[in-house]
Design a protein around this ligand. Structure first.
Ligand SMILES: Nc1ncnc2c1ncn2[C@@H]1O[C@H](COP(=O)(O)OP(=O)(O)OP(=O)(O)O)[C@@H](O)[C@H]1O
Ligand SMILES: [Mg+2]
Length: 238
């Protein structure tokens, strides 16, 4: 693995009294793609939310060596993390281009922002064709592309994606993952991806973790995770 970029150690998280994460250890290396798998309610979304300071968290979460636990979300995001939450989260009443500009908040390099907008239109041509259209009226796949492009407008070091394929047709999902692969390779953006489509995610990620009831029960290279019988039965269905 490359130098660690994101390091979780002994992470506990709770909603009020209900403890949901019970001591998570997880690493994402520089430029690496890591997938987090697990059943519904296992704590995948909560793991991403604890990285972003959106849920009460104990333990240590470091980004490039800097401790994030206890910091407000805005501070964490400014350190170079983009979070695309489950269920997309585009601004429906803003048009495509306005959504992209919201993603660039905090950046002052006006020229580079314009260039980035054009770049994401190049990567996702559907967005370019619909740049003036309200995001709320676009298809699920288009909204997902927009949510990802908006996250990348912040020029993050680390992209957190929560179920990017949710509700998308398989062919759209495959196209989306191909684009993520290009983005990872060309921009060396590290990614932590929560995904129900385990097989697809493992074909793209270099390593994987499986979470069950708030604990990591399996981790390894994508091949190791894919080759684990228990894992296959539970999540791959064959
Ligand atoms: N805001 C909340 N308040 C209280 N409990 C919550 C809250 N959000 C999630 N939980 C609980 O925390 C546990 C983990 O939820 P989480 O959303 O992290 O799971 P998940 O692995 O992302 O599941 P899914 O695959 O369904 O998205 C679940 O038992 C859930 O009911
Ligand atoms: Mg979830």
């Amino acid at each position: 693995m490359a130098e660690p970029l994101l390091e979780l150690s002994g992470v506990h998280a709770a909603y009020g009294d209900a403890e949901v994460l019970r001591g998570i250890d997880l690493v994402v290396g520089e430029g690496e793609v890591v997938v987090l798998l697990g059943a519904n309610g296992a704590g995948k979304t909560t793991t991403l939310r604890s990285i972003c300071g959106m849920v009460g968290t104990r333990g240590s979460i470091r980004l490039g060596g800097t401790e994030l636990v206890g910091r407000p979300t805005e501070w964490i995001i400014r350190r170079g993390i983009a979070h695309v939450p489950q269920g997309r989260g585009v601004f429906g009443v803003l048009n495509v281009e306005e959504n992209l500009r919201v993603g660039a908040w905090g950046r002052k390099d006006t020229k580079a922002i314009e260039a980035d907008i054009e770049r994401w239109y190049g990567v996702f041509p559907r967005l370019g064709e619909r740049r003036g259209q309200l995001a709320g009226g676009m298809s699920g796949g288009e909204q997902q592309m927009l949510a990802i492009a908006r996250g990348l407008m912040a020029r993050p070091k680390l992209l957190l994606l929560d179920e990017p394929s949710l509700g998308l047709a398989q062919i759209i999902t495959r196209g989306l993952f191909a684009q993520l692969e290009d983005i990872n390779r060309e921009e060396s953006v590290s990614m932590l991806i929560v995904e129900q489509n385990a097989e697809l995610a493992l074909s793209f990620a270099s390593r994987g973790y499986v979470i069950e009831s708030g604990s990591i029960v399996l981790s390894g290279t994508a091949d190791e995770v894919r080759g684990n019988d228990e894992m296959r039965r539970a999540y791959l269905g064959y």
